[in-house]
Design a protein around this ligand. Sequence first.
Ligand code: NAD
Length: 377
Amino acid sequence: MTAPLRAPDPILVNVALGARSYDIVIGRGTLSSLGHRIAALRPGAKAAIVTDSNVARYHLAAATAALELCGIGAAVVTVPAGEGSKSFAVLEQVCEALIEKRIERGDLVIALGGGVVGDLAGFAAAAVRRGLDYVQVPTTLLAQVDSSVGGKTAIDSKHGKNLIGAFHQPILVVADTALLDSLPLREFRAGYAEVAKYGLIGNVAFFSRLEDDWRDVFAGGAAREQAIATSCRAKAATVSRDERETGERALLNLGHTFGHALEAAAGFSDRLLHGEAISIGMVLAFEFSAKRGLLLAATAEKVARHLAAVGLPTHLSAVAGIVTGADQLMDLIAQDKKVRRGRLTFILARGIGKAFVAPDVDAAEVRAFLAEKLAER
Ligand code: NAD
């Protein structure tokens, strides 16, 4: 009988932030190492897992078992799935539950879920007892490549998304790529937009690789781990250089000015997921760059072709019932972004992998471009 194949070693990516540095552990099956990694980092610490109702169904038992294996007893706080949980009401419930379950300074909060749970549990950890350590166990593709890394935590205000929060870095991120097998395809695709984003911002070779390998990324082969690791390396490097987004970190917002306006037009509902909006937003950013003579129209078409191939929306026609006109989108952009004397800051590109911050874009030019794109529908 042949020996069973050993699971390959996980890929480690370090987020270098001096005393607050931490590892991202990426690979199939890494959840089973959660207990011993935590025991090594914080011997004797108690833990509370914050999760949502969907993730609890699929992955809570495995997470609890991994902790129990190392003698770590974990309390569990389950919140309803969905963006609605990034609210004052649910934050209060989570904070009170952590206090009630006697999670003290020196203990740990474990965020087991997608970006919603990560943002909520991270913010609760930042606030309870003036700051508890926390570990991210991201369970969506978006969370594994984006929201679990970098320490941005937040809930939503009635005035807009993510307006109440804190920078609070986790002490560890365990990204078990097998957990994504239970993720609905639409959510996986939405997260994939953020993966492609890293290629579009600064790594043309990665974008080319994705064009060849995306099916294996979706299927859960080795390309998935590699794509997540490459994305995390890009995010980690950016965060290390600009933790508080005073400069370079803004590049991560490629496609987000247009994308946020589309999400807002859809009322931040399931009609348009964040990644779907970012997919359209990135294509618009490349088309706008082409219109300004920064890159060839064929390059913008290549970007759109790849995103469409994986099943993401790439054109404003996909939001026909949501977007009423260029003025509506410009109003939403103005609510989201500062418009100084008719000028906007945009992330534009000189090619695939060559994104840059353009601080002085004429709002009237953006409006004319959007009107033109809307007329194409
Ligand atoms: P999400 O957390 O709502 O997860 C999407 C859906 O998938 C939910 O219904 C969830 O219950 C379900 N789910 C999660 N993991 C699953 C799994 N393994 N199997 C089956 N179902 C699963 O959404 P998201 O896209 O992960 O995150 C979006 C949030 O992330 C937004 O609130 C956004 O503002 C935030 N975000 C934060 C940052 C940051 O830097 N902090 C960056 C990007 C986005």
